[in-house]
Design a protein around this ligand. Structure first.
Ligand SMILES: NC(=O)c1ccc[n+]([C@@H]2O[C@H](COP(=O)([O-])OP(=O)(O)OC[C@H]3O[C@@H](n4cnc5c(N)ncnc54)[C@H](O)[C@@H]3O)[C@@H](O)[C@H]2O)c1
Length: 250
């Protein structure tokens, strides 16, 4: 699918990987709509790229429906996410907080499902385009934690494992409608989450990747987003974008 002339909805587009994706898709000619909770950053990014911002909580299906009300996207990128850290049982013997576990699932897994499924319903109303009869593409952000969750990542890993597992059945569900579904499982990327860490900690994290031994840049993630949109044969798969990193227990 060509990016130019499409409408792209990007959750988490106010920051990090979502922001880079918003910038790259806008540069390639898409009309970008950012869905995020962070109004100040979301509006600033949208203004810079000539896009739109809408305050949407992806974990709330009503909020997602309101955000999509007047839109007809061909591209849906799910980047909204949170990464709470807690062990199954903490050092004082307390079981993992239910609300924290539930929040990770609500935002990362159910939030991704909400936006993906509602965008798909919108895409199906459109006229199919091109020789393949394309109506759209949905890209969900998992994590290498879907496969190698570290100590303290039980909730995050469960949520991202769900995102990865959803990819194939969602692609199969939507195949007849001409909508592709892909996942990306990033390794370690330099986003505001990691930018707050001291340089030596950033360097140590980056050194864990075999090659290149550094943190990924949001622009490298965004480049894969654009490639997935443009390459019609990519469907139903989760791509690890991780410089061959395999996370250790801690
Ligand atoms: N940075 C990494 O190294 C890395 C690695 C693997 C996976 N990921 C995943 O990539 C995605 C983006 O990560 P990032 O590093 O850019 O994070 P980030 O914190 O920079 O951006 C996440 C954005 O999501 C928004 N958000 C959070 N909850 C929301 C909600 N309920 N509704 C709408 N928006 C919400 C935040 O306001 C923020 O703008 C996340 O899903 C994250 O789990 C990141």
């Amino acid at each position: 699918m060509q990016i130019a002339g499409t409408q792209a909805v990007i959750s988490g587009g106010a920051s990090g990987l979502g922001e880079a994706s918003a910038r790259a898709l806008a540069k390639a000619g898409a009309e970008v709509v950012i869905f995020d909770l962070d109004e100040a950053r979301g509006m600033a990014v949208a203004a810079e790229i000539g896009g739109l911002f809408c305050r949407v909580d992806v974990s709330d299906p009503v909020s997602v429906a309101k955000g999509l009300e007047s839109l007809s996207p061909q591209i849906c990128v799910n980047c909204a996410g949170i990464a709470p850290a807690a062990k199954t049982v903490d050092r004082d013997g307390q079981a993992h907080d239910f609300a924290l576990f539930s929040k990770a699932i609500s935002v990362n897994l159910i939030g991704t499902f909400n936006l993906a499924s509602q965008c798909a319903a919108k895409m199906m109303q459109a006229v199919a385009q091109g020789p393949d009869g394309t109506r759209g593409v949905i890209i969900n952000t998992a994590s290498v934690a879907a496969y190698e969750g570290q100590i303290g990542q039980v909730a995050y890993a469960a949520s991202k494992g769900g995102v990865a597992a959803m990819t194939l059945p969602m692609a199969r569900d939507l195949a007849r409608s001409g909508v592709r579904v892909m996942g990306i499982a990033p390794g370690l990327f330099l986003t505001p989450m990691l930018e707050g860490l001291p340089q030596d900690v950033q360097d140590r994290l980056g050194a864990q990747a075999p090659f290149p031994s550094r943190l990924g840049t949001p622009a490298e993630f965004a480049a894969l987003i654009c490639h997935i949109v443009e390459n019609q044969m990519l469907n139903g798969e989760v791509i690890r974008l991780d410089a061959a990193i395999r996370m250790a227990p801690k």
